[in-house]
Ligand binder design. Structure first.
Ligand SMILES: N[C@@H](CCC(=O)N[C@@H](CS)C(=O)NCC(=O)O)C(=O)O
Length: 231
């Protein structure tokens, strides 16, 4: 199995967490998004969308992190990343999609680059855009979690699953200079809610799921990211 990956990609991070939870080894190919490796003809032949992640297995290439994770879940069912009951699965998928479909895509690198060039917005305005959509999404997510008795130590019950897999990278995506947004999610509001402990446990999950970076990749991958530059 080979994962086309970038350390700062939250969509690829989701797949890395799923692989880690299932203890599945995967070879990793490093696609440096800031250097536009995703637009090379070789990579576009694998994924015409020019996005990571992509997962290659037995000559087949899978794209879209949620589809990849469900593929891994079906082919390696233990530990399961989705609950057994259809209604519970719908809840978990809706929390996951809140992040993966409604927060993440509008804050994606290509969107931020387009805001800079050709639309001409400056860094501060692009930062406002980025943080606005994360805050909107987290506020709604928090209500879904805090007001539902099915929230446990993790987003659904006491084991990590698909919703946590999407949430953790999105929390990591909050810029270092916007710790207020991270606080919004991790502490301030959660502390007052019944799900406060659950939030702290989710952050503990994020710690165990942080991929170890090889010395080769860490020297090529800046964290936190630099400003969005025009291409
Ligand atoms: N819906 C896709 C999103 C993939 C995606 O947006 N990947 C980002 C990194 S997190 C990417 O490759 N961006 C490259 C770019 O914007 O040029 C998925 O879940 O796999």
């Amino acid at each position: 199995m080979k994962l086309y990956d970038f350390c700062r990609s939250s969509a690829a991070f989701r797949v890395r967490i799923a692989l880690n939870l299932k203890r599945l080894p995967a070879e990793r190919a490093f696609i440096h998004l800031r250097r536009n490796d995703q637009t090379t003809p070789a990579y576009l032949a694998l994924n015409p969308q020019g996005l990571v992640p992509a997962l290659e297995e037995d000559g087949q290439v899978f794209t879209q992190s949620l589809a990849i994770i469900e593929y891994l879940d079906e082919t390696h069912p233990e530990p399961s990343l989705l609950p057994g009951h259809p209604a519970d699965r719908a809840r978990v998928r809706s929390l996951a999609q809140l992040v993966a479909c409604d927060i993440h895509p509008i804050d994606n690198l290509r969107v931020l680059r387009y805001l800079a060039d050709p639309l001409g917005h400056d860094e501060a305005t692009i930062g406002r855009w980025f943080n606005h959509w994360i805050a909107k999404g987290f506020e709604a997510l928090e209500q879904f979690l805090a007001e539902d008795g099915q929230t446990g130590a993790f987003c659904h019950g006491d084991v990590p699953g698909l919703a946590d897999i999407c949430l953790v990278p999105q929390v990591f995506n909050v810029p270092d200079d916007r710790s207020d947004l991270r606080d919004l999610h991790e502490e301030r509001r959660f502390r007052a809610s019944a799900a406060g402990e659950a939030a702290r446990r989710r952050i503990a999950l994020s710690r165990i799921c942080v991929p170890r970076r090889s010395s080769a990749s860490s020297s090529r991958c800046r964290w936190p990211p630099g400003p969005i530059r025009r291409r």
